[in-house]
Design a binder for this molecule. Structure first.
Ligand SMILES: [Zn+2]
Length: 105
Protein backbone atom coordinates (compact mmCIF):
# COMPACT_ATOMS: atom_id res chain seq x y z
CA UNK A 1 0.00 0.00 0.00
CA UNK A 2 1.38 3.37 -1.01
CA UNK A 3 1.39 6.14 1.52
CA UNK A 4 2.95 9.54 1.90
CA UNK A 5 2.69 9.30 5.66
CA UNK A 6 6.04 9.11 7.38
CA UNK A 7 7.31 8.42 10.86
CA UNK A 8 6.65 11.17 13.40
CA UNK A 9 3.92 12.74 11.27
CA UNK A 10 0.95 14.11 13.13
CA UNK A 11 -2.13 12.31 11.95
CA UNK A 12 -5.82 12.31 12.75
CA UNK A 13 -8.15 9.33 12.77
CA UNK A 14 -10.94 9.80 10.25
CA UNK A 15 -13.13 6.80 10.84
CA UNK A 16 -14.20 4.39 13.53
CA UNK A 17 -14.76 4.96 17.21
CA UNK A 18 -11.47 6.84 17.55
CA UNK A 19 -12.43 9.31 14.87
CA UNK A 20 -11.01 12.79 15.54
CA UNK A 21 -8.18 11.58 17.74
CA UNK A 22 -4.74 12.85 16.90
CA UNK A 23 -1.31 11.44 17.46
CA UNK A 24 2.18 10.90 16.21
CA UNK A 25 3.08 8.05 13.89
CA UNK A 26 5.36 5.67 15.76
CA UNK A 27 5.59 2.83 13.29
CA UNK A 28 4.53 2.13 9.71
CA UNK A 29 4.05 -1.21 8.05
CA UNK A 30 3.40 -0.17 4.46
CA UNK A 31 3.21 -3.77 3.29
CA UNK A 32 0.27 -4.52 5.54
CA UNK A 33 -1.06 -0.97 5.42
CA UNK A 34 -0.83 -0.58 9.16
CA UNK A 35 0.36 2.24 11.36
CA UNK A 36 0.90 2.59 15.06
CA UNK A 37 -0.15 6.01 16.25
CA UNK A 38 0.80 7.23 19.68
CA UNK A 39 -2.03 6.98 22.18
CA UNK A 40 -4.70 6.04 19.64
CA UNK A 41 -5.19 2.34 19.97
CA UNK A 42 -3.87 1.55 23.40
CA UNK A 43 -5.13 -1.66 24.83
CA UNK A 44 -4.38 -3.37 28.04
CA UNK A 45 -3.02 -6.81 27.73
CA UNK A 46 -3.17 -9.04 30.77
CA UNK A 47 -0.30 -11.30 31.56
CA UNK A 48 -1.23 -14.50 33.32
CA UNK A 49 0.26 -15.08 36.73
CA UNK A 50 3.40 -17.17 36.68
CA UNK A 51 6.13 -18.06 39.12
CA UNK A 52 7.99 -14.80 38.80
CA UNK A 53 4.83 -12.77 38.86
CA UNK A 54 2.26 -14.58 41.01
CA UNK A 55 -0.42 -11.92 40.75
CA UNK A 56 -0.21 -11.47 37.01
CA UNK A 57 0.05 -8.02 35.54
CA UNK A 58 -1.22 -5.85 32.76
CA UNK A 59 0.73 -4.07 30.10
CA UNK A 60 -0.39 -1.16 27.99
CA UNK A 61 0.38 -1.76 24.38
CA UNK A 62 -0.19 0.33 21.30
CA UNK A 63 -1.92 -1.63 18.54
CA UNK A 64 -1.77 -0.74 14.86
CA UNK A 65 -4.66 0.71 12.89
CA UNK A 66 -5.20 0.68 9.15
CA UNK A 67 -3.68 3.44 7.03
CA UNK A 68 -7.04 4.14 5.41
CA UNK A 69 -8.34 5.26 8.80
CA UNK A 70 -5.91 8.11 9.21
CA UNK A 71 -4.99 11.32 7.43
CA UNK A 72 -2.16 13.75 7.88
CA UNK A 73 -3.18 16.50 10.31
CA UNK A 74 -2.35 19.95 8.94
CA UNK A 75 -2.05 22.40 11.82
CA UNK A 76 -2.81 25.30 9.49
CA UNK A 77 -6.01 23.77 8.10
CA UNK A 78 -6.79 22.27 11.53
CA UNK A 79 -7.96 19.06 9.95
CA UNK A 80 -6.94 15.91 8.19
CA UNK A 81 -5.65 16.59 4.72
CA UNK A 82 -4.19 14.80 1.78
CA UNK A 83 -0.47 15.09 1.19
CA UNK A 84 0.69 16.20 -2.20
CA UNK A 85 4.14 15.83 -3.64
CA UNK A 86 5.54 19.13 -4.68
CA UNK A 87 8.35 19.16 -7.19
CA UNK A 88 10.48 22.26 -7.01
CA UNK A 89 12.31 23.92 -9.89
CA UNK A 90 15.47 22.07 -8.93
CA UNK A 91 13.46 18.80 -9.02
CA UNK A 92 13.65 18.41 -5.25
CA UNK A 93 10.58 16.61 -4.04
CA UNK A 94 8.82 17.75 -0.93
CA UNK A 95 5.51 17.02 0.73
CA UNK A 96 2.92 19.75 1.01
CA UNK A 97 -0.65 19.98 2.28
CA UNK A 98 -2.99 19.61 -0.71
CA UNK A 99 -5.35 22.23 0.76
CA UNK A 100 -3.19 25.13 1.90
CA UNK A 101 0.15 24.21 0.35
CA UNK A 102 1.96 24.27 3.68
CA UNK A 103 5.27 22.46 3.49
CA UNK A 104 5.26 19.31 5.59
CA UNK A 105 8.84 18.14 5.72
ZN1 LIG B 1 -3.12 22.69 5.21
Amino acid sequence: MKTKIKLNDNVVVISGIRSGKKGKVLHINAKKGLVVVEGINKRTKFVRPNQENPNGSSVNKEFPIHLSNIMYFCDKCKKGVRIKNNIAADKAKSRVCSKCGKSID
